[in-house]
Structures are given as C-alpha cells and as structure tokens.
Write a protein that binds this ligand. Structure first.
Ligand code: ADP
Length: 414
C-alpha cells in the first residue's frame, strides 16, 4: 500500500511516500518512493522534491496555502515524465498525518473522521503553534484526494499516555489540572516509539522486558524513560519548552525568573515566553547559533568560550536526566541516542556519557566515533553492564506503518 506521509508546519509541508504492508513491516522491506518539502508557504515557496529513479526537483513557485502545497506535491508525484514516482493519483492509497498534540483524548493513532477532526480542533488551545497547521494539512489532503482515501492521524503525545499520574502531574494546585488540563504531555513520542521498537528488533528483546533511557537530540531535545516497552516519564512537559537544553529553548528553569526578568527588562509574559522558546538554549548561551555543528566548529577552531559553555551546559543537563530516569525506572538495559545531534555528534555523546563508567556504562571510543551518518548500533564495550546505542529515528516510517495497520484494522500497539 502506498502511503503519503504529511507533516504540515506553519509555513512548510514535508512529505514522503512509503510503500508498506504487514509483510514488508515484518521483514523491514518498506520502500521509500519519494520525499521532499515545500517551504515558505504563503509566498514564493522553495520546493525540493526527490524520488528514486526520477530527476530531483529544486525550484521556487508561488504557493498560496497548504492546499496548494498538497496539490503541488501530488502533481509532481504523478507528473507526466516517465520517471514520475507514481502512475496516477489512485496509487495514493492512504495518507498518514503527523499531529503534534493529541491532548488526553488521543492515546493512539486513529483514522480520521469528523469526530476526530473535532477532537484535534479541541486541542488547539494546548498546541496553538502546531495543531492548527497539522489540521490545515489534513483538510488540504481530504479536499484534494476526496473521502475515498483513508487518512490517519499519528500524535507526538500519544506514546506518553502511559505516564503514571505522579509523573505527569505538576505540584501546583490540583484544581489547575482539573480545570485547565495543565499536566505533562510530552512530545517526540513517535520518535521514541520507533527507536524503542527498533531496539527490541535489533536486540531480540521482548516488549515487556524493554527498559531504556532514550534521548532525542535534534533542534528540539527531550529524554524519555521507557519501562516494559511503555513511556513512563519524559522531559518535555505541558509544552515542548521543559527539560533539556535545546537549539533555541531553555529547557528547565526556575519559574520565578519569568516575573523577575520581565520586570527588569520591561517585557510582557508573552515576550518572556518567546525569549525562552526562540532566543535561549544553545543560541542564547553562545550568542552565535542554535546549530550544534556550527557550535562545535566555533568551539574548536576559534576556541570560543561561550560556544564551549553552551555545549557543556547541554551535555550536563542531558547527563542529569539520564541519572534521574535510571533512578526512576530502577536501571535500564541501554541509553539510546537519536535525532540529528544524537545520531551524528559523537563528541557530544561522549561528553554526555562522561563519568558514567561507575554504573557500568563503558564507552567504546572507536565504536562511538564510527556510529554517525545514519549508522545504528552499540557504542559501549561488549559486555558493558549498561549499554549505549545510536538508533537513527524514522518518524515517517512509523506514521506510514500505523496508517497501513489502521486501514487494515490491525492493532497499532506493537
Ligand atoms: P529537527 O529537530 O529539526 O528534526 P534534527 O534532528 O535534524 O532537527 O537535528 C538538528 C541538529 O542536529 C542541529 O543542531 C545540527 O547541528 C545537528 N547535527 C546534524 N548533523 C550533525 C553533525 N554531523 N555533528 C553535529 N551536529 C549535527
């Protein structure tokens, strides 16, 4: 079955076409037929599409809205040249959408109907920066492909629905949770589900025996404690702002700072939140960039003190969370790294894991240095009591697989 996977952001639409079915899933033979992005929707958009056996397309074009972006993608997929990835629109057999927030209602992936649309609409208040755009992507695909093509929603929050109440509740008046649903939701759930599944597959570990501390380190960064295959704690909270140091987000901080700095700097609460989301983290500390690759280069080539400091604070915070989550789940079999930094920055991984040999996590420096650029495998010495792994994430693949399973009426908890 060909699944069109869509990830609609505020001004971008990313897509992949994945050919998959239960047999291919079992044998890891899913095929990626095409992928790409329409960026800067609303103006002169930047289009970048690629497919196996077809010439890649890099161009710009006026793209008014998400619907026009979906149309541009489909037009290219079934284009007239002989190398077009699909023969006709009928070959798009299902669509899987990434949806950031499922609130307390969506605890697993679902086929989209009017009621689901209303449910996603209801959670907009919780994710005003993401869910409206995800909804636009869904409506655009429904409009263009028509009601006969099934569509599924896969939520970033859903994997964390197994958090116990003592992990998801904040220690503020309980009425705030009751009245406004203020609690930890967690994000990156699709990524964590994928790497946990992949770890089980690579090591032959049964789901119920899977105990991991996973770190998704990309532009956004978070940690997740996984016990018996389920998420039992995660560092992002009510919004993606909490937890680890990120590209431009502060992660954890004393909430009293908000009022104090707002008064000192003459900022509104909204401006403070923008500062914590957009001008903090690696960017804020270094004053240079939110990009880890550039920071590492600055630290090395120019011995930039603040670039080094940004990486140090980043690594220290991540190490603290590993310790906290190992305590929370009574030890684990492995620490798993994923996301752009987790998959590629061997030096950052080494820094995060520095000094953990006392608890059995003995890094293999050579394996660590080699585990980059999409490779997957352990980076600790054979027989280490606590292993560390690098497992490149693949959220699109999981979305495609969930979509197929839903269309065929199969369970998506695997
Ligand atoms: P997103 O969260 O937007 O999907 P990614 O998962 O692609 O982002 O992660 C982006 C981060 O990964 C950036 O900070 C980037 O610098 C970092 N990164 C990518 N490749 C490398 C590398 N080779 N070395 C260090 N950092 C890298």
């Amino acid at each position: 079955m060909n699944v069109l996977v869509l990830n609609a952001g505020s001004s971008s639409l990313k897509f992949q076409v994945v050919a998959t079915d239960p047999e291919r899933i079992a044998e890891d033979r899913d095929e990626r037929l095409a992928g790409g992005i329409v960026d800067r929707i609303g103006g002169e958009a930047i289009i970048s599409f690629a497919a196996r056996g077809a010439a890649p397309l890099h161009t710009t074009a006026p793209i008014r809205n998400h619907r026009a972006a979906v149309e541009a993608v489909l037009r290219w997929l079934v284009g007239s040249d002989s190398g077009a990835p699909l023969g006709s629109l009928a070959e798009v057999e299902a669509v899987g959408h990434r949806v950031v927030h499922g609130g307390e209602r969506f605890t697993r992936s679902v086929l989209i109907d009017e009621e689901v649309l209303r449910g996603i609409q209801d959670t907009i208040e919780l994710a005003p920066l993401h869910n409206p755009h995800n909804l636009k992507g869904i409506r655009a695909a429904m409009d263009v492909l028509g009601p006969a093509v099934p569509q599924a929603a896969v939520f970033d929050t859903a994997f964390h629905h197994t958090l116990p109440d003592y992990a998801y509740l904040y220690a503020i008046p309980y009425s705030i949770y009751r009245r406004h649903r203020v609690r930890r939701y967690g994000f990156h759930g699709t990524s964590y589900r994928y790497v946990a599944y992949r770890y089980r597959k690579l090591t032959g570990t049964p789901r119920e025996a899977t105990r991991l501390v996973a770190l998704h380190l990309g532009n956004g960064c978070s940690a997740c404690a996984i016990a018996a295959g389920d998420s039992v704690d995660t560092s992002m909270g009510f919004t993606p702002l909490e937890g680890l140091v990120m590209g431009t987000r502060s992660g954890d901080l004393d909430p009293a700072i908000l009022d104090y700095v707002a008064a000192k700097e003459g900022l509104t609460l909204h401006e403070m939140e923008t500062m914590l989301n957009k001008q903090s983290g690696l960017l804020g500390i270094s004053g240079l960039t939110n990009d880890m690759r550039e920071l590492l280069a600055e630290a090395q080539e120019h011995d930039d003190r603040r670039a080094r400091l940004a990486v140090d604070i980043f690594a220290y915070r991540a190490r603290k969370y590993i310790g906290a989550y190992l305590a929370a789940i009574g030890g684990a079999d492995a620490v798993v790294f994923t996301g752009g930094i987790g998959e590629n920055a061997a030096g950052v991984r080494a820094r995060i894991l520095d000094g953990l040999a006392w608890m059995g996590l003995e890094l293999d420096p050579q394996a660590n240095a080699e585990m980059v650029g999409g490779r997957e495998g352990p980076i600790t010495r054979d027989g280490a009591r606590l292993a560390a792994w690098v497992i490149p994430t693949d959220e699109e693949l999981l979305i495609a697989r969930d979509t197929v399973r839903l269309v065929l009426g199969l369970d998506t908890r695997y």
